[in-house]
Ligand binder design. Structure first.
Ligand code: MN3
Length: 235
């Protein structure tokens, strides 16, 4: 069996086993983030399906180990915090203070990765007319938007994320955050809003395939963006 086929098969089996169902049946892409105790959401595609842009081994390690790690640590941090267990993850993120490091890193880690898997797809899609109009209003063109988003992603020093967000008025803006922070953490981040697209620029997201070439990973990301999901989140 070819290595790639093997990885794809084991990848699908692995993700399905974790969730107790086949990820191929959850194509809706709306993995509910749910509530405490949190569980690893299955991918709606196989680990190898985003190749050559994101490689199977990176996807498997990133999903099954890194994301699972954030969930395990988030549940452990919430176990003694009875008053926080009933909050939605989004509400929880809005209440976290800078010094709440376990909730900040792992709550952010779980939210960010759950959304990241949904923002990727092997199926080609396009921004809606409504989203294109909003992008053109802010940046003049898709090309300029992608350049500015790429600048935020490559310019994030060390580990972190770059985001396309909408504010309360539905106006789009780009920002970046360190580590697992995100724009929903209103007591932590300077620019707050609702992320409708994000890219993980931790080295674990690209290093196996791209090594130190973060810019190449960011360019390749556009080939696997799930615009359908972004359109829905934009509203
Ligand atoms: Mn990551």
């Amino acid at each position: 069996m070819k290595k790639r086929t093997f990885l794809k098969l084991t990848g699908i089996a692995g993700a399905g086993a974790l969730a107790g169902c086949s990820p191929l049946k959850s194509m809706a892409g709306v993995a509910s983030i749910g509530s405490y105790p949190y569980q690893l959401p299955p991918l709606s595609y196989g680990f190898a399906d985003l190749e050559p842009h994101i490689d199977a081994m990176t996807m498997e390690i990133h999903h099954d180990r890194h994301h699972q790690g954030y969930i395990k640590n988030l549940n452990a941090a919430l176990e003694p915090a009875l008053n926080l267990q009933s909050l939605s993850l989004e509400k929880l993120l809005a209440t976290i203070k800078p010094e709440d490091s376990a909730l900040r890193n792992n709550g952010g880690g779980h939210w960010n990765h759950t959304m990241f898997w949904q923002w990727l797809s092997p199926q080609k899609s396009l921004p809606s007319d409504k989203l294109m109009t909003a992008i053109n209003r802010e940046w003049g063109s898709m090309e300029t938007f992608q350049k500015e988003f790429g600048k935020a992603a490559s310019g994030q020093f060390g580990s972190g994320w770059a985001w396309l967000c909408k504010d309360d008025q539905g106006k789009l803006f780009i920002c970046s955050t360190p580590n697992q922070d995100n724009p929903l953490m209103t007591k932590i981040t300077t620019q707050t809003g609702t992320p409708i697209l994000g890219i993980d620029v931790w080295e674990h997201a690209y290093y196996l395939h791209y090594q130190n070439k973060r810019a190449d990973y960011i360019s390749a990301f556009w080939n696997v963006v799930n615009w359908n999901r972004v359109n829905t989140l934009f509203g």
